[in-house]
Design a protein around this ligand. Structure first.
Ligand code: ADP
Ligand code: MG
Length: 189
């Protein structure tokens, strides 16, 4: 049940007033974690600083509270880890590690484009988890741009097909909370 969240973030600490593009009721519904019980995915999409990581950590904590095994990982780390495992002939073991948790949280997917072989490794993970475990993913790229991220339109379609089949997409718009805070404190125009 150790999720290794990089920061302490909670739903109580999220200021919904500062984020009008987000329906608080939607987040409250997700916090019940039925999506985890059902093996559904949640994608948080939006520009930097709008609270995507905050929300997946907060929801991940709810899942842990409810007894779901949960793992949080940065996308770059996940992909590097799969690539290294493949080079060392331990890919199956690594895939099992990332398939086992009932909820896998992948932060910052698509921040950098993938090499083709790495896209294929990611596809294997998504295929293994499909209809078995949930994923919560954050990305600053729109789903329509994921073809570019994965570098191969056929692979991108195969990945998106499985990711989106049972999924909730939460799109957050607006400006960075960090910049807004700075402006409020008068440090930034
Ligand atoms: P993103 O992952 O979308 O880039 P983060 O979740 O890292 O954004 O948010 C940036 C910082 O601002 C974090 O410290 C986060 O806790 C805080 N933050 C963002 N939105 C809110 C909000 N609506 N209420 C409270 N804190 C917020
Ligand atoms: Mg983030």
């Amino acid at each position: 049940k150790i999720a290794k969240f990089p920061l302490a973030r909670s739903l109580e600490g999220f200021d919904f007033g500062a984020q009008p593009s987000l329906d608080p009721q939607r987040i409250r519904e997700l916090s019940v974690c039925r999506f985890v019980a059902n093996g559904e995915n949640v994608l948080f999409l939006g520009p930097p600083g709008v609270g995507k990581t905050h929300l997946v950590i907060a929801l991940g904590r709810e899942a842990v509270h409810q007894g779901y095994s949960t793992l949080f990982v940065q996308a770059a780390h996940l992909l590097a880890s799969l690539k290294q495992a493949q080079e060392e002939g331990r890919l199956e073991e690594r895939l099992r590690h990332f398939t086992k948790p009932k909820l896998l949280i992948i932060d910052e997917l698509g921040y950098l484009p993938f090499e083709r072989e790495v896209s294929h490794l990611f596809f294997q993970l998504v295929a293994k988890r499909y209809e078995r475990g949930s994923m919560m993913i954050t990305s600053n790229r729109a789903v329509s741009e994921w073809g570019d991220v994965f570098g191969d339109p056929v692979l991108a379609t195969a990945i998106l097909d499985r990711l989106l089949h049972h999924s909730h997409i939460v799109t957050i718009r607006g400006e960075s909370y960090r910049l807004k805070e700075k402006r409020r404190s008068g440090l930034f125009q």
